[in-house]
Design a protein around this ligand. Structure first.
Ligand SMILES: *Cc1c(COP(=O)(O)O)cnc(C)c1O
Length: 442
């Protein structure tokens, strides 16, 4: 708390006396800069900055006369705690950094939708309209193989809704090789079991054949679940049944592709996509919106009208409903130009090297020990396990990592062999200048 520190001989002269003259909180809050900030950010945020500055004056860190300046300088840019980060990790979809960064088109659409908007209203007739109809239409245009679409909060919610609406307390047949942990302790089998459905495991970790599924089908079968192992790879003596083999077994097939690709991505040939799996015979495909699709966090459900309708009309659907901001960002992502994730995936390695050379040169001219080096980037937990994306990075002394992380904007690099690497594949080119300025420091 506000303990008086022991007198420090090295304290700036006058600091001792100044402590008695620290301006009162109400006086500080009347300072025009701080009053304006209180109107913009909220009084609590500004008061916290004032109290922190008063405390620093009391301990002699700053003169009493500097409290208002200090409080004003310490104010956050926004009322929320989330800070912008330049993702220089080389991991395109970094879970801890919020996965996919949104395109400008998606950001603008969200801003428009953030006020009152016609999310559930037909402005031509004044009558109520289907919620999110234009986002759903965009999905169906992008995936003609889907008869219908529905959007929920995330990929996990799509699975929960499918399990609840289509299996109930009956069985979901799933391969032992596809009992996946998504991350942070969340396991798909546990998620499904939590809905009350029973899991009927078939096959082994490395091998499951269509016959294994066929033998498990019975009157209690709700559906077969095919899960794409999106964050690991099993190699060697392996066998898994593909969607086409499962589609002929006479029970519904729900396929969780994970990454959200709507069409094949030539750079990631092993990554499934909604169109291909629906054409192969899946009745429903589920996916995340904020992985390789490059959009907002949401869960996509695409497929046969009859099944999509059962999900959308289930009472649980209301609890998993997405907000207007998500619908706006999703539609703009699907209709709009290539997303930042797509740009990063397709970035030409020669251009990345050129950017690294330019940045390293600029930093060396400022006396920074910087070098352009080759690097291996990755898609990330969101998909394409084991795929190495050739990249280029700016290599700095390791202590930069902590300093950059705490700067404004924050920069997340990665440590490799005792150096801090700023991998440029995950950094949009228009952030290069901000990146260089962050390294150069104030
Ligand atoms: C990521 C993932 C999920 C979970 O999706 P969230 O959007 O994170 O809830 C489910 N299944 C697979 C195969 C995944 O890759």
């Amino acid at each position: 708390m506000d303990r008086e520190p022991a007198p420090v001989p090295a304290a700036p002269s006058g600091a001792q006396d100044g402590r008695r003259h620290i301006p009162r909180t109400d006086v500080l809050l009347a300072d025009p800069r701080l009053a304006e900030a209180a109107a913009r950010l909220g009084r609590g945020v500004v008061k916290a900055a004032v109290v922190a500055a008063q405390r620093r004056a009391r301990t002699g860190e700053i003169p009493a006369g500097a409290v208002a300046d200090e409080a004003a300088a310490a104010l956050p840019d926004t009322a929320a705690g989330l800070r912008p980060v330049i993702n220089a990790t080389g991991v395109l979809l970094h879970t801890n950094l919020g996965r996919a960064p949104l395109s400008d088109a998606a950001r603008e659409a969200m801003l428009v939708a953030s006020g009152a908007t016609d999310v559930e209203l037909d402005l031509a007739t004044g009558a109520r309209a289907r919620r999110g109809r234009s986002a759903l239409a965009a999905l169906l245009e992008a995936v003609p193989a889907a008869e219908a679409a529905h959007v929920v909060n995330n990929g996990a919610a799509a699975l929960v809704l499918a399990a609840t609406a289509l299996a109930g307390d009956r069985e979901i047949i799933v391969s032992r090789g596809e009992m996946v942990e998504i991350g942070d302790g969340f396991r798909i089998p546990e998620l499904l079991a939590a809905t009350g459905a029973r899991l009927r495991e078939v096959g082994t970790t490395n091998r499951t054949s269509p016959d294994d599924y066929a033998a498990a089908i019975g009157p209690d079968t709700g559906f077969i679940l095919k899960v794409h192992p999106s964050n690991f790879r099993v190699t060697g003596f392996t066998r898994s049944a593909d969607v086409a083999e499962l589609a002929g077994l006479g029970v519904p097939v729900v396929a969780d592709i994970g990454s959200g690709l709507l069409e094949p991505e030539p750079l990631l040939p092993d990554e499934p996509d909604a169109s291909t799996w629906l054409k192969a015979g899946a009745d429903l495909v589920t996916a995340s919106g904020d992985k390789l699709l490059g959009g907002p966090q949401c869960g996509l459900v695409l497929g046969r009208e009859e099944f999509v309708r059962r999900l959308a009309r289930h009472p649980l659907a209301r609890a998993l409903r997405v907000d207007k901001l998500t619908l706006a960002a999703l539609e703009a992502t699907v209709r709009g130009p290539r997303t930042p994730t797509g740009e990063a995936l397709h970035a030409d390695v020669e251009e990345l090297r050129e950017r690294a050379r330019r940045l390293a040169l600029r930093l060396r001219e400022q006396g920074v020990d910087a070098a352009a080096v080759g690097s291996d980037a990755a898609v990330g937990g969101g998909g394409a396990p084991g795929v190495v994306l050739p990249s280029a990075a700016v290599s700095l002394p390791e202590p930069y990592a902590a300093r950059l992380r705490q700067g404004t904007p924050a920069v997340m690099g990665r440590i490799e062999d005792g150096r801090c690497l700023l991998d440029l594949r995950s950094v949009p080119p228009d952030q290069d200048d901000a990146l260089a300025r962050a390294v150069e420091g104030p």
